[in-house]
Write a protein that binds this ligand. Structure first.
Ligand code: ATP
Length: 223
């Protein structure tokens, strides 16, 4: 279980996040919403151990981030907002490249299956010829190579068509329900957030997101 207690983040004198507390259980999908610049990516980067909070405490399965960063990183899969794959490589070469960097080993058959599970079947295609949606699916597949228990996804479906969005949504639901993964997920697509997430964290000043969520009957925590 992920526990976040009173996290704050400042860049110089500018306060971005203030006293954020949340917990994410195994098998839960948490949506993270808010206006541009509210601090969603900053929070995800902190949860991914890429940035440090100015204040506050985070733990995963009772291990504190401060003292167990190396172990905790092995349990995290992170998909950044900008697609992070090798454009010149095929899907297969990308998967094999990132498997080599992974602490958990996977066979080529397992890597291919990971792609097929999310309807990505262009195994031998150069990545640069894939659509934006296919590239996002590949990025997601890469983040799952080491079987992380916590998945942090920064707008994984931005700019992709409805069919691919639905496929990714179904895949994530399956990961949460059957594989008991905890998922924290940002999106500006409120229909997607409402249909996919168990609970929603709303950050920032703008009441717009909160009002939509409250109308939907979703459990919302705002900061
Ligand atoms: N390294 C940095 N130094 C200074 N300010 C930063 C830095 N990184 C982010 N910020 C500022 O922090 C604020 C929050 O940025 P962040 O990217 O977390 O927002 P966001 O909610 O993810 O936005 P979006 O929806 O546009 O992706 C913004 O005002 C941004 O300019």
């Amino acid at each position: 279980m992920l526990n976040v207690t009173n996290i704050s983040k400042k860049y110089g004198k500018k306060s971005i996040l203030s006293s954020i507390s949340l917990s994410v259980q195994k098998g839960e999908i948490i949506g993270l919403v808010g206006e541009n610049g509210a601090g969603k990516s900053t929070l995800l980067h902190i949860l991914a151990t890429i940035q440090k909070p100015t204040d506050g405490v985070i733990s995963l399965n009772d291990m504190s981030y401060d003292k167990n960063k190396k172990v905790i990183r092995k349990q995290i899969g992170f998909v950044p907002q900008d697609i992070a794959i090798w454009d010149e490589f095929t899907v297969e070469e990308n998967m094999i490249f990132f498997e080599k960097l992974s602490w958990r080993k996977k066979s080529k058959i397992e890597l291919k299956q990971l792609c097929l599970d999310m309807e990505l079947d262009k195994w031998k295609e150069p990545t640069k010829t894939l659509s934006g949606g296919m590239k996002r699916k590949l990025n997601l597949a890469i983040s799952l190579i080491h079987d992380p228990e916590l998945l942090l996804l920064d707008e994984p479906t931005v700019g992709i068509d409805l069919k691919s969005r639905k496929e990714i949504g179904t895949y994530l639901k399956n990961q949460a329900i059957n594989e008991k993964k905890s998922i924290v997920y940002t999106s500006h697509d409120m229909d997607e957030i409402i249909s996919l997430c168990d609970r929603v964290i709303c950050i920032g000043e703008d009441p717009f997101y909160k009002s939509i969520l409250i109308d939907s009957g979703k459990e919302v925590i705002s900061f």
